[in-house]
Design a protein around this ligand. Sequence first.
Ligand SMILES: [Zn+2]
Ligand SMILES: [Zn+2]
Length: 313
Amino acid sequence: MKLGLAAGAAGLIPTALKASSPGASASHKGAKLVLLGTKGGPRVGGSRSNPANALVVDDAVYVIDMGMGVTAQFVKAGLDYKQIRGLFISHLHSDHELEFGNLVYNDWVTNSLTKPLNAYGPVGIEEMIKNYWALNKDDINTRIADEGRVDPRDLLIGHDMPFTKHVVMQDDHVRVSALPTPHKPLQNFAYRFDTPYGSVVYSGDTSFYPPLAEFAKGADVLVHEVLYVPGVDALTKRVNGGEDFRNHIINAHTTTEQVGQIAAMAGVKKLVLSHFVPGDMSWITDDMWREGVAKHYKGEIVVGRDLQEIPLS
Ligand SMILES: [Zn+2]
Ligand SMILES: [Zn+2]
């Protein structure tokens, strides 16, 4: 896969990432994406947790979106707070950021947060961090005074990012790029992670957006949000919503058929469906999620499940 990556994403991979360092002390070589939560929307319930993912590259972990439940799912997946190297938020709908602060809190309270940790996302992340510390100042001040802990407020560094296509960060394991995509009334960042073992693109929440296919060109794995129209009709009935409610959901997301078109245009090796809308209706089978997608995309389609691991190699 290393060769495929170099060929497929020529120019994107920093030279330092093309070859693994023989002296590296990492005990686990390789990369995988762990789906921590695959249900779209803020409601908690059903068999899927709210949106969250972890990309593991050797011994480094990058957390992508942090909806409700991310901390418990992170622990269930057997991941280690000490290995977190970066946090990425796609957009400011709560199903993608509501547990951002609490994940970092747990990182801190387990004495794992000892070095600066960078969090990237849309404008508003820096303010959110300030507010989170204010909300929890009594506990934090008490634990610093009583338990001799470091001050976490010095260690979490927020980055409000402009809505332009840009390289977000790069370290020894990964180069991360962001692409703004429409998700009315918000904007969303799709992220691309280029690693020595392959490339993963994460759509975040987005309307059908062909430039995302260009951004995902040649990636090994595309994780794309997905909406099933008959399910949205059932959801609209369940909440007594009207036409406006239904149209709002459909216009802000990508239908199964449209996801297939994006994956086909991008030519990705594997498509992982996640952020299911609706994600808590058990009558919608895996085949139903696949059907519309497969009309356009002939590669491997994974109907994502919580805690599923997608290896990159
Ligand atoms: Zn969402
Ligand atoms: Zn959203």
